[in-house]
Design a protein around this ligand. Structure first.
Ligand code: PLP
Length: 394
């Protein structure tokens, strides 16, 4: 007998990926330009030139056995040092390179961190709406997902948060800038969140870890800043990824960082090493590890996303859609015109608009639009959005 849970996960796929696959098929049928695929968070802006130039340099100037060889299980020491130095200078913190673990992107960072921390039936708190894979990763580590509600700005409902922290709470995952809402947690929100966590740590007399999932750290618009969470809460683990900032999602590169102020930080790091080992997540792709030191602090041209956001927000609002103005990431969260977002997403397909229903994000009634697409797609899709609302309202 196969493992039934693995079969279920493999057989069903995620709502995002199902729509993405549908889009690929539909494009073959009616042509690439006739499908408005807003399903997946695949960066539409090329990586900065330094990525290509450094890769060429590495290929031409590094001994092949080193370039393509195994690094230390947790990553190359020189790369870790470069990351720690960069973060310390940028955020005025004291990150230790010995507490950094290179991974295959944020997904691996999260899977490893949860496996490292959780014992059977311990609880992981997430804030709706949340990245659907949190549930999969938590359950894979034998934990239980506990979902906290949101307020009218899609920020955490702190009363609910306080109520849902229990003696079994092992960690809390935050994701700011947020997928799917584009909301960014201000310093005040982080302070409020950690004050509750500290109170509950005292009450229950055990550590509650804050896992900060940060693939969109650099993707913010205007004057918005993203607080560096280790400054506010000792028991913090950061799960970072270069997938979005450098447009490298297919290359699978990121890292886990344990705050040096975390209680028993060295032991926590050992758990991370052990979890990585147990799942075969060791030696992240070496050539992409060696690329990182040249690219720290650099990003793809993020202005493109800001422009897409501005056009979509302005136009959809003017057609009558109820839209949350995103401060970061590259997603727009729009209220579905039907209470049943799945039904409305199906209806939108009539206009070749591929919009992800919000149900798998832990909240009903909304649609996620990934606007990391060409400006041409944004502009060409506008008549379809207009028609959709006009005809649905009839
Ligand atoms: N966390 C969030 C919130 C995401 O949106 C994604 C990808 O879209 C991931 C994690 C996984 O990122 P990666 O491609 O780095 O594994």
């Amino acid at each position: 007998m196969f493992n039934q849970e693995s079969f279920r996960l493999g057989a069903t796929g995620s709502a995002i990926r199902e729509l993405f696959e549908y889009g690929k098929k539909r494009k073959q049928e009616i042509g690439e330009d006739n499908v408005f695929d807003f399903s997946i968070g695949n960066p539409s802006v090329p990586s900065p030139d330094i990525v290509k130039n450094t890769l060429i340099y590495l290929l031409q100037n590094t001994e092949a056995t080193k370039l393509h060889g195994y690094t230390s299980a947790s990553g190359d020491n020189g790369v870790k040092k470069a990351i720690a130095d960069y973060l310390n200078q940028k955020y005025d913190v004291k990150i230790k390179d010995s507490l950094i673990y290179l991974t295959c992107g944020a997904a691996a960072s999260l899977t490893i961190s949860l496996k490292a921390l959780l014992n059977q039936d311990e609880e992981v708190i997430v804030f709706a709406p949340f990245f659907p894979e949190y549930k999969v990763f938590t359950e894979n580590a034998l934990g239980k997902l506990v979902v906290v509600g949101y307020d009218d700005k899609f920020l955490p409902d702190f009363c609910d948060f306080e109520k849902k922290i229990s003696n079994k709470t092992k960690c809390v995952i935050i994701n700011s800038p947020n997928n799917p809402t584009g909301v960014v947690y201000s310093e005040d929100i982080i302070k409020k969140l950690v004050s509750i966590l500290k109170k509950k740590e005292d009450e229950y007399q055990h550590s509650i870890y804050l896992i900060s999932d940060e693939p969109y750290r650099e993707l913010v618009y205007g004057n918005v800043t993203v607080p560096f969470v280790t400054k506010y809460y000792d028991n913090t683990i950061i799960c970072y990824s270069f997938s979005k900032s450098l447009s490298l999602p297919g290359e699978r590169i990121g890292y886990i960082l344990v705050n040096p102020n975390c209680l028993h930080s060295n032991e926590v790091f050992k758990c991370i090493c052990g979890a990585g080992r147990s799942m075969g997540f060791i030696c992240a792709p070496s050539i992409f590890q060696y690329l990182i030191p040249s690219c720290l602090g650099l990003t793809s041209d993020l202005k493109v996303y800001e422009e897409n956001r501005n056009i979509l927000y302005k136009e959809l609002t003017s057609y009558g859609y109820d839209v949350i103005k995103p401060e970061g990431a590259f997603y727009l969260f729009v209220k579905a015109l039907d209470e049943d977002a799945v039904k409305f997403s199906e209806y939108a397909k009539k206009y070749e608009l591929l919009l992800v229903p919000s149900d798998s994000f832990g909240c009903g009634g909304y649609l996620r639009i990934s606007y990391c697409v060409s400006k041409k797609q944004i502009v060409n899709s506008l008549p379809a959005f207009k028609k959709l609302i006009e005809e649905y309202r009839k």
